[in-house]
Design a binder for this molecule. Structure first.
Ligand SMILES: [Zn+2]
Length: 104
């Protein structure tokens, strides 16, 4: 794509033009491309299995949450953990693994 300000060619994924420093308006990337509603529903129904964490790219903690859920004592940790994640998602504080906010 081309910069709207200076007209020079820039990367399709660029949020800011490398030539003039003007934002490209590529909001899909600045906001993140993960949907808030999807994350909320995944956490609500499959939160114990870390589905919302897999979705938002937190693969490491997602696997940990999944293992905890299927072990008897782990469930004591995993259930409140999923609940805390749910509260974070509702409050808009849950971010993707690369630090982007979920888009609504
Ligand atoms: Zn430019």
């Amino acid at each position: 794509m081309y910069c709207k300000n200076c007209g020079k060619e820039i990367d399709d994924k660029a949020a800011i033009c490398v030539h003039c420093g003007v934002p490209t308006g590529n909001s899909a990337y600045t906001l993140g491309n993960k949907n808030w509603v999807t994350a909320l529903l995944l956490c609500l129904f499959l939160g114990g299995m870390g589905a919302h964490r897999f979705y938002t790219g937190h693969t490491g903690t997602a696997i940990l949450q999944l293992i905890l859920t299927f072990s008897f004592f782990g469930l004591i940790i995993s259930a409140p953990w999923a609940l805390i994640d749910l509260i974070y998602i509702i409050c808009g504080k849950f971010k993707t693994s690369d630090g982007y906010e979920l888009s609504r």
